[in-house]
Design a protein around this ligand. Structure first.
Ligand code: UGA
Length: 433
C-alpha cells in the first residue's frame, strides 16, 4: 500500500465534499474541489466556508496550500489519481434518489488516457456502481477504475468522524482499485471493510436504516411509556447498558430529520419496492417518525385547549444542535401544524435565521421568544438552553407550559418555578395526571 501524497479531485462542495476534500488535504494529499455554483466557489477561494461545520473552517485554512477550489472540470481532473463524487442525490417525487448530478459528473469526465479511480462518496442506490461502470466502459474508459467509499459522518461532528472513523468501507470491482482507495486513507486509524461495490452501497443504506430503526423504536417505547406510567429516559438507560443493545441512538424525541435519514429511508424503501420487495419494517420506521413530529400538537392541546390565537415559542429550529441545517427538520412540520391550528408561532435558534419559515416570528433569544407565550416547546437540544434562567423566563409568559421535546431539562426545578412540564415518554416523571 502506497502512502505517498496523491492528487484528488472532489466533485461537489457541499457538506460531504468539503469535509472529504479538507480531510484528504489534511492527510497530505493535494486536493481540488470542484462545484458548479460560482458564488460558492468564489467564497471558498476567498477562504470563506459557506456552511457551518465545527472545525471545518480551521481545517480548510490550515491546508490552504494543498486545497483549491474551481468551477473548471479540466482543472480539477488535471493529474488526478482519484475522482471523488460527492454531489447531492436528493429524492425525486417517487422517492427514488435523483442521480442526475452523478451522471453529469461521469459524462463530464474528459477522455482520460491514464489510469485513475472514480470513487463514489454520494449515497446512491445499490446497483449504481455497476451502472456507472457500464457507462464508463461505453465511453471507452475501461482503464478508469471505480470504487464505492461511503461516508458515515454526521453533521456537527463530520471532521472528527472522518478522521477518527468507526470503519472505512471500500467496495471495488478490481482489487488494485480498492487497495489504492484504502491506501489514500493512510494516517487514519480504523478497521477497513473491503467488499464488492453492491455490498458497500448497501452498508451505507443499511447503517442509516439501523440507526433510524433505533430512533423510531425508542420513540414508540416512549409513547407506550406515556400510556403506562414509565419514564423512557430510565428505560433507555436500563436497556442501553446491555452490551448487546448499547446506549447510542436511544434518545426519544420529536423524531429524526436532516439531509440523510429521511432521504435515505425513502431511497431504500423505493429500492426494495423496485426490486419487488415490500420492506415492512422500514415503512413502519418512517411512519412512526412522521407521527412523532406531530404528537407535540396534541400535548399542547391537552394543556391549552384550542390552540387558536395561542402564542407558542419554538426553541431550536435546526434538525439537531451544532448545525445550521434545516432540511427535514421536525421544526418545519411542527410550525406548519401549529400555524394550521391558528396559533401564533415565535421561534429562536442560535444559528438558523429562520427567514424561510413563512408566518413564523423570529426572536433574538430564548428569553425574547418566551415573552407573552402560552407555551414553550424545546425542539432542538441546543446546549444554550441548559443555561437559561427558566424561573425568570416563566415570569414573562402568559401560561407556564413547557414541552421538552428532547428531554434535555430536569423537570423538577421547572415545576418548582410554577411550570407545567411534559417531556417525551416521561409520564411518571411528569407526575402529570
Ligand atoms: C446521519 C448518520 O448519523 C451518519 O452516520 C451518516 O453518515 C449521515 O446521517 C449521512 O447519511 O450522511 P446526521 O443526519 O448528520 O448523520 O445526524 P445524526 O446525528 O445521525 O441525527 C439524525 C437525526 O436523528 C437528528 O434529527 C437527531 O435529532 C435524531 N436522533 C438521533 C434522535 O432523535 N435520537 C437519537 O437518539 C439520535
Amino acid at each position: 500500500m502506497s502512502t505517498s501524497p496523491s492528487r484528488v479531485a472532489v466533485f461537489g462542495a457541499g457538506y460531504v465534499g468539503l469535509v472529504t476534500g479538507a480531510c484528504f488535504a489534511d492527510l497530505g494529499h493535494s486536493v481540488v474541489v470542484r462545484d458548479v455554483i460560482p458564488d460558492r466557489v468564489a467564497a471558498l477561494q476567498r477562504g470563506e466556508v459557506p456552511i457551518y461545520e465545527p472545525g471545518l473552517e480551521e481545517l480548510i485554512a490550515r491546508n490552504a496550500e494543498r486545497l483549491t477550489f474551481t468551477l473548471d472540470v479540466p482543472e480539477a481532473i488535471d493529474g488526478a489519481e482519484f475522482v471523488y463524487i460527492a454531489v447531492g442525490t436528493p429524492p425525486t417525487y417517487s422517492g427514488d434518489a435523483d442521480l442526475s448530478a452523478v451522471w453529469t459528473v461521469i459524462d463530464e469526465l474528459p477522455a482520460l488516457e491514464r489510469h485513475c479511480v472514480v470513487v463514489m462518496k454520494s449515497t446512491v442506490p445499490v446497483g449504481t456502481g455497476l451502472r456507472v461502470r457500464h457507462r464508463l466502459d461505453e465511453r471507452g474508459l475501461t482503464h478508469v477504475g471505480y470504487a464505492s467509499n461511503p461516508e458515515f459522518t454526521a453533521e456537527g461532528t463530520a471532521v472528527k468522524d472522518f478522521l477518527h472513523p468507526d470503519r472505512i468501507v471500500v467496495g471495488a470491482f478490481r482489487d488494485e482499485d480498492g487497495d489504492s482507495v484504502a491506501a489514500l486513507h493512510a494516517g487514519i486509524e480504523g478497521p477497513v471493510v473491503r467488499c464488492d461495490v453492491a455490498s458497500a452501497e448497501m452498508i451505507k443504506l443499511a447503517a442509516n436504516a439501523a440507526l433510524m430503526t433505533r430512533i423510531s423504536f425508542i420513540n414508540e417505547i416512549a409513547n407506550v411509556c406515556e400510556a403506562t406510567g414509565a419514564d423512557v429516559v430510565r428505560v433507555a438507560e436500563g436497556i442501553g447498558l446491555d452490551r448487546r443493545i448499547g446506549p447510542s441512538f436511544l434518545r426519544a424525541g420529536l423524531g429524526y430529520g436532516g439531509s440523510c435519514f429521511p432521504k435515505d429511508s425513502l431511497a431504500l424503501k423505493q429500492l426494495a419496492a423496485n426490486s419487488g420487495y415490500h420492506f415492512q419494517l422500514l415503512n413502519a420506521v418512517i411512519e412512526v417518525n412522521e407521527l412523532q413530529k406531530r404528537r407535540v400538537v396534541g400535548k399542547l392541546s391537552n394543556h391549552l385547549g384550542s390552540l387558536r390565537h395561542k402564542r407558542i415559542a419554538l426553541l431550536g429550529l435546526a434538525f439537531k444542535p451544532d448545525t445550521d441545517d434545516m432540511r427535514e427538520a421536525p421544526s418545519l412540520v411542527l410550525a406548519g401544524r401549529l400555524l394550521a391550528e391558528g396559533a401564533a408561532v415565535v421561534a429562536w435558534d442560535p444559528i438558523v435565521d429562520g427567514g424561510d419559515l413563512h408566518g413564523v416570528e423570529i426572536a433574538a433569544s430564548p428569553e425574547a421568544a418566551a415573552v407573552g407565550a402560552d407555551a414553550i416547546v424545546i425542539v432542538t437540544e441546543w446546549p444554550e438552553l441548559a443555561d437559561v434562567d427558566w424561573a425568570a423566563v416563566g415570569e414573562t409568559m402568559r401560561t407556564r407550559v413547557l414541552i421538552d421535546g428532547r428531554n434535555m431539562l430536569d423537570p423538577e426545578p421547572l415545576r418548582a418555578a410554577g411550570y407545567t412540564v411534559e417531556g417525551i415518554g416521561r409520564a411518571a416523571h411528569d407526575g402529570a395526571g
